[in-house]
Design a protein around this ligand. Structure first.
Ligand SMILES: NC(=O)C1=CN([C@@H]2O[C@H](COP(=O)(O)OP(=O)(O)OC[C@H]3O[C@@H](n4cnc5c(N)ncnc54)[C@H](OP(=O)(O)O)[C@@H]3O)[C@@H](O)[C@H]2O)C=CC1
Ligand SMILES: O=C(O)C1=N[C@H](C(=O)O)C[C@H](O)C1
Length: 266
């Protein structure tokens, strides 16, 4: 593993019949990056060839023969990282948050002249979190009232979480598809922020609390009953099966993919 090997693509090695995939990790010493490094090192069909953190030279990725980069950095730096990877024909599995429609459109433009390169942007790699989103979409049309509450560790840099924003947007889309009017609930607030952030008409509340990792609730209500969907990630290991699936599949999925739902058949 190196960040400063000579500028040449090494021939891929093989594990059994399958070629080994050379993986580079961006944000390698962060909370998620550390977990990814461990997961890649434990996988026989993946080879960790580069670990990059703030201040390290991105060209180390290309020099080390990286085929797939996994990015868990920060919303303010992730676009530069993706640009570098696309320019250098490196597939990109991105868990970093902060993507809106305009950022996604920019990435699609960068990918246009590189039809062989894949970028997967996934707000959440946890199977339970993805199922929660799916169930929330399914239930949305039956409940006029809906609110999202996300709860995270106190060092999270962004709020609300990328998962909560995506969940709210998917619920809003499902409501529109069902021809539902805006939620009938009061939005007035005595104190600014008391009713949360408005994401596509869905109130989203962000809790930051020592002891937590990553959690989300979707509350839905109608006359005389409520439905609460809740998911808890107690350990960052929960994201690793999804990350490794994306690393293994991205070579066969050129272009831009948002979310790993389709990779899981959801
Ligand atoms: N999609 C998903 O399933 C999940 C997504 N996330 C998201 O992943 C992101 C990272 O979270 P987390 O690991 O907790 O954050 P951390 O702050 O623990 O890690 C971020 C890492 O990125 C490094 N970094 C900063 N700038 C650069 C740069 N320009 N190039 C390379 N590395 C850089 C930091 O280095 P330094 O500390 O030296 O600045 C740090 O090591 C967040 O956006 C979070 O929301 C988190 C969990 C799951
Ligand atoms: O920062 C985190 O920890 C997490 N970030 C992602 C998000 O913002 O949705 C995914 C998960 O919630 C953990």
């Amino acid at each position: 593993m190196t960040t400063s090997a000579p500028n040449q693509q090494p021939a891929p090695t093989t594990q059994g019949d399958a070629p080994v995939i050379n993986v580079g990790v961006l944000g390698a010493r962060g909370r998620m990056g550390t977990e990814v490094v461990k997961a890649v090192n434990d996988a026989d069909d993946l080879e960790l060839v580069a670990m990059v953190d703030e201040g390290d030279w991105l060209f180390g990725l290309a020099d080390a023969g990286t085929q797939v980069v996994v990015d868990f950095t920060r919303p303010d730096v992730v676009m530069d990282n993706i640009r570098f990877c696309i320019d250098n024909n490196i597939h990109c599995v991105v868990g970093t948050t902060g993507f809106d429609e305009s950022r996604l459109a920019t990435i699609a433009e960068w990918l246009a002249p590189k039809p062989e390169v894949g970028v997967i942007i996934a707000p959440n790699f946890g199977i339970g979190a993805l199922l929660l989103m799916k169930f929330a979409q399914e239930a949305a049309r039956f409940f006029p009232s809906v609110e999202v509450i996300e709860l995270h560790h106190p060092n999270k840099v962004d709020a609300p979480s990328g998962t909560a924003v995506r969940t709210a947007r998917l619920i809003a889309e499902a409501r529109r598809a069902a021809g539902m009017p805006p939620a009938p609930d009061a939005t007035s607030e005595g104190l600014a922020g008391a009713r949360g952030a408005d994401v596509d008409g869905v109130p989203v509340h962000a809790v930051r609390l020592a002891g937590l990792v990553a959690h989300q609730e979707v509350l839905m209500g109608t006359s005389g009953e409520t439905l609460t969907l809740r998911h808890d990630s107690y350990d960052r290991a929960s994201f690793m099966p999804g990350v490794l699936l994306a690393v293994r599949e991205i070579g066969g999925r050129p272009g831009l993919t948002v979310g790993i739902e389709h990779l899981l058949g959801l």
